[in-house]
Design a protein around this ligand. Structure first.
Ligand code: CTP
Length: 403
């Protein structure tokens, strides 16, 4: 999945011949899963039509401060557009537009939006070779670099003037590749390895029966997918579940029993930076597993259980550099019990679920958790979707690496 997937991209088109290539560029953004809005300078409309870009972007194209066509929405709110965007890309960026960006010469909607935008800004220059080398252009590049904007360097080749040299706008495919590589390199969990456990475990009684629990595995899969989107490479050790990983950076190891989960976790633990135990591991398993299906008896039937190994406690005992996060599902004395688990299992953070909270726990799309760190700092969170809880947990991980 592209790092651009789900990103809100504001494409600023200025008036150079390369503007015709923005039709392909918008298509490639959409193909990568991005949401696109386009702002055109008045001059750019001589090179590509707003209708083309609005059709391809599936959104109205913005061009002037005032909306001629819509009585109710007269003013094009550049501040809103700037705040909407996750990234702004000015392509093609002509010498004129670059100089206006550098000096704040705010005479069109594109520049007003650029000045309002709080997101990362990229620009793909397009001009003739001598213009590209001119000290004035270079000084615009320097100013924009100082503002934290990123240049997508022009390419060499035949230019509209008939001359050949550096100044062609980077090809749309190359702009997309540049953005993907740059965004990926800046992801907050880039280069980090995370081990996650998810789902229930099943402990066999005989070939057809088992002891299990109602955990769906959703919380662990949500954390795994979100961590991969933030750049981490993830090993997800999952008990029986219907969920699938949606990101190629999540390697799923399917297990059934607590012992298999224990073994898989210990295979990977030494190599990871973070481990998050979201699985509902069976605490007990049948002491013996019948090889044949157990027949009904006239009287009561007793299965003798023995304890499984506590995976999280075992990881806590051998941990070195790893940031270790556990979950606690409690029904009474929640905070005290959770604090006890932090100490017993040598955790850095515990995510406490209280079954007394409505909307928390197994089988729900939502969760209400309280974070308790190893210094016993308590942070209750609001009821939110499990995806949003996954983001909160990963924000704790990011904060740890930025400490
Ligand atoms: N856990 C584990 N291996 C086990 C049992 C639990 O890795 N055999 C992990 C869970 O994934 C969770 C944490 O330990 O992150 C807390 O589990 P929980 O069942 O709430 O606590 P227990 O220590 O088992 O204590 P109790 O059941 O008495 O509450």
């Amino acid at each position: 999945m592209s790092v651009l997937s789900g990103k809100k991209v504001l494409l600023g088109v200025s008036g150079g011949i390369a503007a015709y290539k923005t039709a392909s560029l918008v298509r490639l953004f959409i193909k990568a899963g991005a949401h696109v809005q386009v702002i055109m300078t008045p001059a750019s409309k001589d090179f590509v039509t707003p209708l083309t870009l609005s059709t391809l972007s599936k959104n109205p194209v913005h061009s002037s401060f005032f909306n001629q066509d819509d009585e109710n929405e007269k003013w094009n709110n550049h501040v809103e557009l700037g705040l909407w965007a996750d990234l702004m890309v000015v392509a093609p960026a002509t010498a004129n537009t670059l100089s206006k960006m550098a000096y704040g010469n705010c005479d069109n909607l594109l520049i007003a939006t650029y000045l309002s935008a709080k997101c990362p800004v990229y620009f793909a220059p397009a001009m003739d070779l001598d213009m590209y080398k001119h000290p004035s252009t270079i000084s615009s590049f320097k100013a924009l670099h100082q503002f934290g904007n990123t240049i997508i360097p022009a390419e060499s080749g035949e230019l509209a003037s008939g001359l050949s040299g550096e100044g062609r706008m980077a090809e749309p495919e190359n702009i997309i590749a540049f953005l993907e590589a740059d965004l990926e390199s800046k992801l907050p969990l880039k280069g980090k390895k995370i081990l996650i456990t998810a789902g229930p475990t099943y402990e066999a009684i005989d070939p057809v029966r088992f002891i299990g629990n109602h955990s769906s595995g959703k919380m662990g899969f949500d954390i795994a997918n979100a961590a991969a989107q933030l750049g981490a490479s993830v090993v997800l050790v999952a008990g029986p579940t219907r969920f699938k990983a949606t990101n190629a950076n999540v390697k799923v190891i399917n297990v059934i029993t607590a012992q298999e989960m224990y073994d898989a976790c210990h295979d990977y633990f030494n190599d990871v930076d973070v481990a998050i135990a979201a699985a509902a591991v069976a605490d007990y398993r049948p002491k013996t597993v019948a090889t044949q299906k157990i027949k009904k008896a006239p009287d009561n039937f007793v299965v003798e259980l023995e304890k499984t190994k506590d995976i999280l406690a075992s990881l806590g005992a051998i941990k070195q550099k790893q940031f270790l996060i556990g979950f606690a599902l409690e029904t009474e004395n929640e905070i005290e019990n959770a604090k006890g688990k932090i100490q017993k299992k040598n955790l850095d953070l515990i995510v406490l679920n209280s079954l007394q909270d409505l909307g928390a726990g197994f089988g729900q799309p939502t969760n209400k958790v309280t974070f308790i760190d190893k210094n016993f700092k308590i942070e209750p969170m609001e009821l939110k979707s499990k995806e949003a809880v996954a983001d909160d947990i990963l924000n704790k991980v990011i904060a740890y690496f930025n400490e």
